[in-house]
Design a protein around this ligand. Structure first.
Ligand SMILES: [Zn+2]
Length: 444
C-alpha cells in the first residue's frame, strides 16, 4: 500500500531534528510559499512504516519506521509521529540501506556487457555500484562523462589494466600489447574519486597462459601499487594455481568469483575443498568477493567454503547483459541464494551494504540519522521458488527477496518510469571466446 499525502515537508519537528544532528544533517533552507501555508504540516518527506529494519552498521534488526527529510535519514524508531508527504507501508518487508553492489558492469552502449545503472538499481534496490573494469585507460573518461556523472545511482570504477577495458568478450589481453600500466596509473590519478582501483580478469580465455599470463597479473599489481590503490583479480579457468595467485596479492586486494564452480578458484571443484592458501591470504588481508555473474557461482563450491568457515567479505552480483535475465537476475536474488544456504540475513545485508561501502570509502551502506537517504524495501515473496546456480543446478525454496522500493537521496528510483533498456545489436552469448579452454598450468 502506498499513501501519498499532498502537504509540504516543513515543520518544527524537522528543525528540532536538524539541531539535534547538526553536525551530520544540513537541510537546505526552506521556502515558505503562501500557497502552502494552509496545507497540513508534514514532518517528513518520506516515511517507511513498520518494516523490519536491518542496518548492520547500527546494530541488531528492529521493527521501526524510517523517516527521510531533505534527502537524508531524519529518524529511525518505532511509531514515529508527524506524518510525511509519502508514506510506504513496509509491514512484512525488510528495510535495508540502499544496496551497494561491489561488482557490476554498467558501461551501457560502449561494451558488450554493459547495463544501465539506474535501471538495474531501481529494479534491485541498489543505489551504489562498483563497475569492475568495464573501462580501461582509453575509455575511462567516457565512463565518467556518460555514465558516472549523469546517473542518479552512485558509481565508482575499477580501471582495467587492458587499455581498452572490456569492450568485447574476445579475450581482452590475449594480445599483450593491450597491457597498459602507465595509462592505468595515469587514468586513476586523473579520476580520483571516480576510479578507486585496478581490475584484471585472470583466466586463460582472457590473458592467455604461461609467462604471458603471469606478466599481465604482475602488470596489474604494479598499476595498483603505483597508483596507491588496490587490485581486483577475477579467477576461474585460472592460468596458474590459486595458491600462486593469492601469494601475489597484497593486503586490501580482492579476489572475485571466490565460489566459482570453474577450475582455478579457492574451492577445488573436484574434491570440493577450500584451498588452505585462501585461509592464509585472508589472514594476510586479502578480501573475497562473490561476483555471481553468468558462470561464477556454484552451490557445491559455495557450500564447501561456508562449511569450512569461509564466508565472503562481499556478496555481489557481477550483473551484466549475460546474466541479468538469469542466473544472477539481481542482487536480491543473489542474497536469497545465501539465505537459502543458511547464512543469517543480517550477515548477508552487511556484505551488500556497509562492508563494500567501507571498502570503497562511500558515505553509504547505513541508515544512521544524517546519512544520505539511500533505502531499499525488500519484500519476501512467498514461493515455491526455484534458485539456480551457474551450472544450472536448481534448489527449491519457499521464498525470495524482491526489491519493491528503491530510494536514492530520498527520491524514488522507479523502474516503471525508467523503462526498459534499448536492445543492443550484439548479443553477448553469441560471441565466440576465441581461445580454447585448457586446464590450468601447474608449472611456473
Ligand atoms: Zn565482472
Amino acid at each position: 500500500m502506498l499513501i501519498i499525502a499532498d502537504s509540504p515537508a516543513v515543520t518544527q519537528r524537522l528543525r528540532t531534528l536538524t539541531r539535534q544532528n547538526d553536525t551530520l544533517f544540513q537541510p537546505a533552507p526552506q521556502q515558505f510559499g503562501s500557497s502552502m501555508s494552509n496545507a497540513p504540516a508534514a514532518a517528513f518527506d518520506l516515511l517507511i512504516r513498520g518494516g523490519a529494519v536491518i542496518d548492520p552498521a547500527a546494530g541488531p534488526p528492529i521493527t521501526a519506521d524510517v523517516a527521510v527529510a531533505n534527502g537524508r535519514i531524519a529518524a529511525v524508531g518505532p511509531a514515529l509521529t508527524g506524518g510525511a508527504r509519502e508514506v510506504v507501508d513496509a509491514r512484512g518487508a525488510y528495510v535495508v540501506p540502499g544496496l551497494v553492489d561491489f561488482h557490476v558492469h554498467v558501461y551501457w552502449g560502449a561494451t558488450v556487457w554493459g547495463l544501465e545503472a539506474d535501471k538495474i538499481g531501481a529494479a534491485g534496490g541498489t543505489t551504489s555500484f562498483l563497475d569492475t573494469g568495464s573501462a580501461g585507460a582509453i575509455t575511462l573518461p567516457g565512463l565518467r562523462r556518460y555514465v558516472i556523472e549523469p546517473s542518479r545511482t552512485r558509481i565508482r570504477a575499477l580501471v582495467h589494466v587492458c587499455t581498452a577495458g572490456l569492450v568485447t568478450n574476445l579475450g581482452e589481453l590475449l594480445d599483450p600489447r593491450y597491457v597498459d600500466v602507465e595509462g592505468t596509473v595515469r587514468a586513476i590519478e586523473t579520476s580520483r574519486g571516480a576510479a578507486v582501483g585496478v581490475k584484471i580478469r585472470y583466466s586463460d580465455t582472457t590473458v592467455g597462459e604461461g609467462d604471458q599470463a603471469r606478466a599481465a597479473l604482475a602488470a596489474a599489481v604494479e598499476a595498483a601499487e603505483r597508483s596507491g590503490t588496490w587490485l581486483m583479480v577475477h579467477v576461474g579457468l585460472t592460468p596458474e594455481p590459486i595458491a600462486d595467485v593469492l601469494a601475489r596479492l597484497r593486503p586490501g586486494d580482492v579476489l572475485t568469483h571466490c565460489y566459482t564452480p570453474l577450475n582455478g578458484g579457492p574451492v577445488d571443484t573436484h574434491a570440493l575443498e577450500l584451498s588452505p592458501a585462501a585461509v592464509e591470504a585472508r589472514a594476510g588481508g586479502v578480501l573475497f568477493d562473490i561476483g555471481h555473474g553468468k558462470s561464477s557461482f556454484g552451490w557445491d563450491t559455495a557450500r564447501a567454503a561456508l562449511d569450512a568457515g569461509f564466508p565472503p567479505d562481499f556478496i555481489s552480483s557481477d550483473l551484466h547483459r549475460g546474466c541479468v535475465h538469469g542466473p544472477a537476475y539481481d542482487l536480491p536474488t543473489v542474497m536469497t541464494k545465501f539465505w537459502r544456504l543458511g547464512m543469517a540475513l543480517p550477515d548477508i545485508v552487511e556484505r551488500c551494504t556497509i562492508a563494500p561501502a567501507r571498502k570503497l570509502g562511500l558515505d553509504a551502506g547505513t541508515l544512521r540519522v544524517g546519512a544520505e537517504a539511500d533505502i531499499a524495501v525488500l519484500a519476501v515473496e512467498e514461493g515455491p521458488v526455484t534458485l539456480e546456480d551457474c551450472l544450472g543446478e536448481e534448489l527449491a525454496w519457499d521464498r525470495r527477496l524482491r526489491a519493491t522500493h528503491t530510494y536514492r537521496r530520498g527520491e524514488r528510483l522507479d523502474p516503471d518510469q525508467l523503462g526498459a533498456s534499448e536492445e543492443l545489436p550484439v548479443a553477448l552469448s553469441s560471441r565466440p571466446m576465441g581461445w580454447s579452454r585448457r586446464p590450468a598450468q601447474s608449472s611456473r
